[in-house]
Design a binder for this molecule. Structure first.
Ligand code: HEC
Length: 174
């Protein structure tokens, strides 16, 4: 009887242990996040300007290339990959705002700055707009959103990434 009681207790406490989810700690620098998500995603959307996502040329496949990147490139193809790229842009805006992330130069990402926050918000909005355009399967609509995407990237870059001053100022510093 006593043994059963102990066993029950063990079982009950085992089921109440909280599963540990992913942390909210940033893993990469802002530049790494941009290179990993923002850059390939915006390029994918930009591709719609030159190739119709409904045509096979949009997803070139090299049958001799056995690397996973190439082999699995035919699993998700065409318009749905433009949808995913738009979603990636909208979501990366949130990841940019995770507290504690650093820029490549060791400066904290300027999430405290109103204009940085505003431009991150605009990136999310433009991502959602791109998703709507992509889901409508209209090449013209996506081409139009491309200008907005370019604007969203360059507004923020003009102040926080690219430096037009002489001497150049530090990145990520307002
Ligand atoms: C809210 C501000 C903001 C927005 C919006 C933004 N970026 Fe950035 N981006 C930065 C900052 C700041 C850096 C420099 C990060 C660092 O030094 O770690 C950067 C760096 C980058 C880099 C790395 C450059 C390098 O040195 O290799 C790429 C690529 C990039 N951004 C692409 C994009 C694209 C594409 C978009 C739009 C789809 C975009 N970014 C939108 C702020 C922004």
């Amino acid at each position: 009887m006593r043994f059963v009681g102990v066993l029950l207790l063990v079982l009950v406490s085992a089921t109440t242990i909280q599963a540990q989810g992913p942390s909210s700690e940033p893993v990469g620098t802002l530049a790494e996040l941009m290179r990993g998500i923002a850059f390939p995603a915006s390029n994918r959307i930009s591709d719609v300007q030159s190739v119709d996502p409904a045509s096979p040329e949009f997803d070139p496949e090299n049958p001799n290339d056995t690397r996973p990147q190439s082999r699995f490139s035919q699993i998700y193809t065409g318009w749905p990959t433009v949808d995913s790229a738009a979603i990636a842009l909208a979501e990366v805006a949130k990841l940019m705002m995770i507290p504690g992330r650093l820029c490549e130069n060791g400066e904290p990402v300027p999430v405290e700055q109103d204009n940085f926050t505003q431009w991150a918000r605009e990136l999310e909005e433009v991502g959602i707009k791109a998703l709507e355009a992509s889901r409508s399967r209209s090449i013209e609509a996506v081409i139009e959103v491309n200008n907005d995407i370019f604007g969203a990237c360059s507004n923020c870059h003009g102040v926080y990434r690219d430096s037009y001053t002489d001497p150049p100022k530090d990145r990520c510093v307002p």
